[in-house]
Design a protein around this ligand. Structure first.
Ligand code: PBG
Length: 324
C-alpha cells in the first residue's frame, strides 16, 4: 500500500473514523488498585513520593475500597505494614496480621471487590529481604514454606487471589500445593513472574518500609538486561500452576509484555510501579506534562503491548475518566 493509492490520514480525519479503527481499548475492567494497610486507628500517612496515596489503617482502607468500587475498579491488591519486624517475618503469616485483618474487613464491607494479596516477606523481615537470610545470603528453599504459609493465611482471611512477589524459585508450586491441601483449590495465584531488579520501586519502598537493610535484590530479582530469561521465569510459573503471570515494572519492559503475550497462554498482568507513577506526578506538578493525558497514554500503551490487566496507582483516576 503506497501513497497516493493509500492515504493513512483518510481514516484519521474525524473522531468517528478514529473510533472505528481503534485497536486498543482501555477499560475499567483492566485496572487493579494497590493499597497499603497499616496497624492502628485513624491513620492516614501521606506517601510524599506518591501524591494522593497514603498508608491507611483498616477503616480508611475500607473507605478507599468503596471509592474504588464506586469508580468501577474490579480489584485491589493489598500490601501490609506490620507493627513489628523480625528475622522470620512472622507477622506476614499471623492470623491477626495487618493484611489478614484488612482482607476480612474489606470482604465484609465490599464483598464484590476482588481482593488480591501481595505475598512477600520484605515488609515483615527486619533485614528487609523477600526471603530468609542465612549467613548473609537469601536462602531460597528455607523461604518457600513461609511464603506458602503467608499465602494460606491470606486465603483463610478471605483473599480472592494471592500474588507472590518474592522471586524465590519454586514458590508458586509450594503455594499451590498448600492452598490445595487446605481446601483453597479455587484461589488463583497471580505470579510476579518477570520481576526485574528495578530502581523504579523507590517510592514503594518508602510507602511499604521494605528497603533491604543490607545488599540489594540482585540475587533474586531479574537483571534488567535480560529478555530471554523472562520466558524461562514465566514458563516455570505456568508449569508450577500459576493462573496469571505478571511483568513488573511495565513501561521500561513493554518488550517483555509483548513477548510473553505471544509465548504464554495465560492472562497477563503488568505492574505500572511506584516510580512510573511518581515520575508522571512530579512532571505534572511542575506543569511540564498534562497528567491526565499522559496517564491515559501510559495505560493504553501497557494494554497495547499485551497486558490484560494493569496494577496501577492511577486506577481510581483512570476509571473515573473512562466512565466519564
Ligand atoms: C515487594 C514488592 C515490591 C513492589 C511490589 N512488591 C518492591 C520490591 O521488590 O522491592 C514494588 C511495587 C512498586 O514499586 O509500585 N516484594
Amino acid at each position: 500500500m503506497l501513497f497516493p493509492e493509500y492515504r493513512a490520514r483518510r481514516m484519521r480525519q474525524n473522531e468517528a473514523f478514529r473510533r472505528m479503527v481503534r485497536e486498543t481499548e482501555l477499560s475499567v475492567n483492566d485496572l487493579i488498585l494497590p493499597l497499603f494497610a497499616v496497624e492502628g486507628r485513624d491513620v492516614q500517612n501521606p506517601i510524599p513520593s506518591m501524591p494522593g496515596h497514603c498508608q491507611m489503617s483498616v477503616e480508611h482502607l475500607v473507605a478507599k475500597v468503596r471509592e474504588a468500587a464506586a469508580a468501577g475498579v474490579p480489584a485491589v491488591i493489598l500490601f501490609g505494614l506490620p507493627d513489628k519486624k523480625d528475622p522470620l517475618g512472622t507477622r506476614a503469616y499471623a492470623a491477626d496480621g495487618i493484611v489478614q485483618k484488612a482482607v476480612r474487613e474489606v470482604k465484609q464491607a465490599v464483598p464484590d471487590m476482588a481482593v488480591i494479596t501481595d505475598v512477600c516477606l520484605c515488609q515483615y523481615t527486619d533485614h528487609g529481604h523477600c526471603g530468609m537470610v542465612a549467613k548473609g545470603v537469601i536462602d531460597n528453599d528455607a523461604s518457600l514454606d513461609l511464603l506458602a504459609k503467608t499465602a494460606l493465611s491470606h486465603a483463610q482471611a478471605g483473599a480472592d487471589m494471592v500474588a507472590p512477589s518474592d522471586m524465590m524459585d519454586g514458590r508458586v508450586a509450594e503455594i499451590r500445593a498448600l492452598l490445595d491441601d487446605n481446601g483453597f483449590t479455587h484461589v488463583p495465584v497471580m505470579a510476579y513472574s518477570a520481576k526485574y531488579c528495578s530502581s523504579f520501586y523507590g517510592p514503594f519502598r518508602e510507602a511499604a518500609d521494605s528497603a533491604p537493610q543490607f545488599g540489594d535484590r540482585r540475587t533474586y530479582q531479574m537483571d534488567p538486561a535480560n529478555a530471554q530469561e523472562a520466558l524461562r521465569e514465566a514458563t516455570m510459573d505456568v508449569e508450577e500452576g500459576a493462573d496469571i503471570i505478571m511483568v513488573k515494572p511495565a513501561l521500561p519492559y513493554l518488550d517483555i509484555i509483548c513477548r510473553l503475550r505471544e509465548e504464554i497462554d495465560l492472562p497477563l498482568a503488568a505492574y505500572n510501579v511506584s516510580g512510573e507513577f511518581a515520575m508522571i506526578k512530579a512532571a505534572a506538578a511542575k506543569g511540564w506534562i498534562d497528567e491526565q493525558r499522559v496517564m491515559m497514554e501510559t495505560l493504553t500503551a501497557i494494554k497495547r503491548a499485551g497486558a490484560d490487566m494493569i496494577l496501577t496507582y492511577f486506577a481510581i483516576d483512570a476509571a473515573r475518566r473512562l466512565k466519564g
